[in-house]
Design a protein around this ligand. Structure first.
Ligand SMILES: [Zn+2]
Ligand SMILES: [Zn+2]
Length: 259
């Protein structure tokens, strides 16, 4: 009973064999998936939504502009996201946030796009999916200034430390742990996963990126979320099945799904 709360099924590496990918996910115990829509222009806004519509009994979608593409967010794209955000399959806005590691978009553009998407999420009353890399203070500052706590959401692919997770949780943002937690050198992420309150913990693959150990280096897919769940349970000294169930229920609550 697993919920992959963040993957990119519209990525060609998964989409080209989507039926097989979804079949393997089911065999591995994945009961629900949220596929993240990262638009880079108006035409690409619905790519995740289209997948969710075809599998509406277990796949939901999000819509947003990744910080890498923040420079593309003009008025037309903003309007398209606001409209798509009202679709019944859309459970959150994002991923948005700040990536000061790659700096694929200028930092000012990233901050503007982040603020704009928080405003859309508040307007639509949907939670936010936050991507943050090498910008912990700035991310928390924008969330505070824009009162993102009104809607809350998820810090996805958690790669910070336990104090960051606690500060985010104070603002209404739970943490979603990816395959990073299975990497032996990720001591701080493991410590954060250990200390995270049980009702504020999610699990994701971020597929096709970041396959967990022992699949590290391969193309990731939702079925591998089981490896990450197992490792988190180990770190917390919990039974893998009950951890899977609690994190599944958390995701249902945060995405406001019926189950
Ligand atoms: Zn991300
Ligand atoms: Zn992502």
């Amino acid at each position: 009973m697993l919920f992959d709360t963040h993957c990119h099924l519209d990525d060609p590496r998964l989409h080209q064999e989507l039926d097989a990918v979804l079949e393997r996910a089911k065999e591995a115990g994945v009961r629900r998936i949220t596929t993240i829509g990262c638009a880079h222009d108006v035409a690409s806004v619905s790519s995740a939504i289209d997948i969710a519509h075809r599998h509406s009994d277990w796949i939901s979608a999000t819509v947003g502009v990744h910080p890498h593409d923040a420079k593309e967010l003009d008025d037309a794209l903003c309007d398209a996201i606001r409209t798509a955000g009202t679709d019944s399959s859309v459970v959150a806005i994002g991923e948005t946030g700040l990536d000061f590691h790659y700096d694929h978009s200028p930092r000012d553009a990233q901050i503007d796009a982040f603020r704009m998407q928080i405003a859309i999420a508040k307007e639509l009353k949907k939670p936010l999916i936050i991507h943050t890399r090498s910008a912990p203070e700035e991310t928390l500052r924008v969330l505070r200034e824009e009162r993102a706590s009104d809607v809350g959401g998820i810090i996805h692919c958690f790669s910070e430390d336990a104090p960051f997770a606690a500060a985010a949780l104070d603002l209404g943002f739970v943490s979603s742990f990816s395959g990073i937690v299975t990497f032996s050198k990720a001591i701080e992420v493991q410590e954060a996963a250990r200390r995270q309150p049980a009702d504020a913990l999610l699990i994701e693959t971020d597929a096709p990126y970041l396959a967990p150990s022992p699949k590290r280096g391969k193309r990731n897919e939702p079925a591998y979320v089981a490896h990450t769940a197992k490792r988190i349970a180990e770190l917390r000294g919990e039974d893998p099945e009950s951890l899977a169930e609690v994190s599944y229920d958390n995701a249902i609550r945060i995405f406001r799904l019926q189950d």
